[in-house]
Design a protein around this ligand. Structure first.
Ligand SMILES: [Zn+2]
Length: 453
């Protein structure tokens, strides 16, 4: 059944939400993650009243693109994370790709890249917090493989937003942070044998408890539109849409976000009329999206021994066993709309791509970015990419060694460590015991903040 629960023409709202399954529209209360109608899984997408791409020169970081971000109020973005896009000389020469552009997210002060925790997850955390309505009192629940935990821990600590972050204990290594966390941030680590998908399951269970609020991951339009600013930054720099777009995917959010942002840019009309072709990649032997897309099937392929495969990949942020592939508006639809391709990359290919980037560009990249670069090398070698085509490579994280050498890395301990045998209810009780008599709430913001004024 199709029912418009919100008439965007009758309100002054700068943005609203639309269900990609049934077309229903909703005012954005800053919290909504799903449609109210009963149907097959579907993502909500943001719709913006501003149809033209208009960067705001007065706003900092990703909030330069705030007219296409679902913010709940005014933002200035002082100190907010920023992507930088540039055309390399040495890497392009090594690859024989003169029209390759790099969108770099991470720590690289000489180039102007400023993601404090070294990955594009900083963009997501900032936008999710800017989307939350003022005056809420529930504790945000976030699931992470590691990098998302670092970004939300840092952002929630800075904004004094109460949150619980659930992650596998191996992910704690991503949390080397420059300064101590505010007590409003609680970290829950899952013990050996647990992976990212187990963290998502516990986070979902916890978020159903009164007083808690699901952050939502890929379902949160704040996250996806934040990732879309990587393409916006690139198009502002290049002056047009690239023909090919390369990125590694775990949940799929980055690929979907690139497609959504490209759709807005095509509708603007000044940057080209063709959607960039998505070349997305995963780390073999764990590549469920690649396995599904190879068969051109909407249903996600079941990989045998999935957990064992996850343990063998180096790019652990790509270990999501429940990516947003099948839902309406998800990765399957994005790949189909752009004539996209999925590539698989082995660990040794990842290693040599990471070395090539370091040797040519002089900075380290995260394993996930090395997967994306390795997939580009593979696509080029197989003749799937024309040498003169404009290509955007999304380096989703880099410069970690730079940050640590600069004194930016203090190990962080979890507030609670959970074994695998507790079950969901038992684990939830242990998490609740962290809060004693009351939840920390999420409306403990200081008088001034980087995101909000
Ligand atoms: Zn719907």
């Amino acid at each position: 059944m199709r029912r418009a629960s919100h008439d965007p023409q009758a309100t002054p709202d700068a943005h609203w939400l639309r269900c990609e399954g049934c077309g229903a529209t909703y005012a954005d209360d800053g919290l909504r993650l799903t449609c109210d109608q009963e149907h097959e899984p579907a993502l909500l997408t943001s719709r913006y009243r501003e149809a033209a791409f208009v960067p705001d020169g007065d706003a900092g970081g990703l909030f330069r693109y705030r007219s296409w971000l679902p913010c709940s109020g005014p933002v200035n973005g002082e100190g907010a994370p920023a992507t930088v896009t540039y055309r390399s000389e040495d890497l392009n020469q090594a690859l024989g790709l003169p029209n390759l552009w790099i969108a770099f997210n991470g720590v690289w002060p000489e180039r102007g890249a400023a993601c404090e925790t070294a990955t594009f997850k900083d963009l997501e955390a900032s936008a999710v917090l800017a989307r939350l309505p003022a005056g809420g009192d529930r504790t945000l629940v976030v699931a992470s493989a590691g990098n998302t935990a670092a970004a939300f821990a840092r952002a929630c600590s800075r904004e004094r937003v109460g949150c619980v972050i659930v992650l596998p204990e191996d992910g704690l290594t991503a949390l080397e942070l420059a300064s101590p966390l505010d007590p409003c941030v609680r970290l829950v680590a899952l013990g050996r044998g647990c992976d990212y998908t187990d963290a998502i399951r516990l986070a979902d269970h916890l978020a159903d408890t009164p007083g808690f609020l699901a952050e939502g991951g890929t379902k949160n339009v704040g996250r996806r539109d934040a990732l879309g600013t990587v393409l916006l930054n690139a198009v502002e720099t290049i002056g047009e849409l690239p023909r090919h777009y390369f990125q590694a995917v775990g949940s799929g959010a980055g690929g979907i976000a690139a497609y959504e942002a490209a759709t807005r840019l095509v509708a603007d009309g000044r940057f080209g009329c063709r959607l960039p072709r998505l070349f997305l990649s995963q780390n073999l032997p764990f590549a469920p999206i690649a396995a599904s897309w190879r068969r051109r099937q909407r249903a996600l392929a079941e990989l045998p021994d999935a957990k064992a495969r996850v343990r063998r990949i180096k790019a652990t942020a790509l270990s999501n066993r429940q990516p947003a592939y099948s839902p309406a508006g998800g990765l399957y639809d994005a790949l189909r709309a752009t004539g996209g391709e999925m590539l698989g990359v082995h660990n040794q290919e990842l290693d040599s791509a990471a070395r090539l980037f370091r040797d040519t560009e002089g900075i380290d990249v995260e394993p996930e970015s090395a997967v994306a670069l390795a997939s580009l090398i593979k696509a080029r070698a197989e003749g799937r990419v024309d040498g003169r085509t404009s290509i955007l490579l999304n380096v989703t994280g880099g410069g970690r060694s730079r940050r640590i050498n600069g004194g930016g890395g203090q190990p962080v301990r979890a507030d609670l460590e959970l074994g695998a045998g507790l079950g969901l209810d038992g684990s939830r009780e242990r998490v609740l015991s962290l809060f004693g008599d009351g939840l920390p709430g999420r409306d403990r913001r200081g008088t001034e903040s980087a995101v909000r004024r």
